[in-house]
Design a protein around this ligand. Structure first.
Ligand SMILES: [Zn+2]
Ligand SMILES: [Zn+2]
Length: 234
């Protein structure tokens, strides 16, 4: 599999940046994982959005799904229809997916998109949110989605070749009541899960990424920062 970062900010973008969005490709299969604002612009620079075989939204916060809304206008013109795997709630936001371009599927059940199989795990966030574990050709890529600490996450991510993790907060900011992990907590999960490599993501523009990297690497050395255009082979 090959992961390409299309956007790594949250919950609002930096200048010239984009909110959560990742392209996962294996053979002829392309999955769009998350679709925050700015993502379709970066996706279109790489490939025609009509070539996407499925879309996965870990949860229905706007920073992970807002570009789905104008994407439906493009698909209405081109006649594309695609499955969108997302939670069923909040229902008023899920209802935004009710249009001819999209076929909503419950993310909780997992599934298979082209050649890539995936399973999901409910995580800890203010709305229903899921971590996603992708498998193809004996390789595993695990994405935490938005979450704070979650007891079952390390087991779910076990032995992943690559883990992409919410690492929003520094040590100084983080506490259990927040909606996101810290970089250090993400690294602790990576260590416990015995993953090969960790990529940090979901960067708030006002929080130092260098500090996040330093704090994560003090726990799990093979860690790097997501950035738009970053490619990782899994
Ligand atoms: Zn988010
Ligand atoms: Zn969220």
């Amino acid at each position: 599999m090959r992961l390409t970062v299309l956007g790594c900010n949250g919950p609002f973008p930096e200048a010239g940046g984009a909110l959560s969005g990742y392209l996962l490709k294996a053979g002829n299969t392309r999955i769009l994982l998350e679709c925050g604002s700015g993502v379709i612009s970066f996706l279109t620079a790489l490939t025609e959005p009509e070539k996407i075989d499925g879309i996965i939204l870990s949860h229905l916060h706007f920073d992970h799904m807002s570009d789905i809304l104008p994407l439906q206008y493009r698909f209405a013109m081109t006649g594309k229809r695609v499955k969108v795997y997302a939670p069923s709630a909040p229902e008023n936001v899920r209802a935004l997916l009710d249009c001819p371009a999209f076929e909503w599927c419950d993310i909780a059940a997992g599934g298979k998109i082209g050649e890539i199989a995936f399973t999901t795990l409910p995580v800890r966030h203010p709305v229903p949110s899921y971590a996603v574990r992708f498998e193809h050709d004996g390789k595993v890529f695990c994405y935490t989605g938005d979450t704070n600490t979650c007891e079952s996450l390390a087991g779910f991510a076990a032995k992943s070749d690559l883990m992409l993790a919410d690492a929003c907060f520094t040590d100084e900011m983080w506490h259990e009541g927040l909606p996101h992990l810290s970089a250090r907590k993400a690294a602790e999960i990576a260590l416990r899960a015995d993953v090969k490599r960790l990529i940090l993501t979901h960067f708030r523009p006002d929080i130092s990424r260098e500090k996040l990297l330093e704090q994560a690497q003090s726990v799990f050395e093979n860690t790097c920062l997501a950035q738009v255009g970053l490619k990782a082979e899994v």
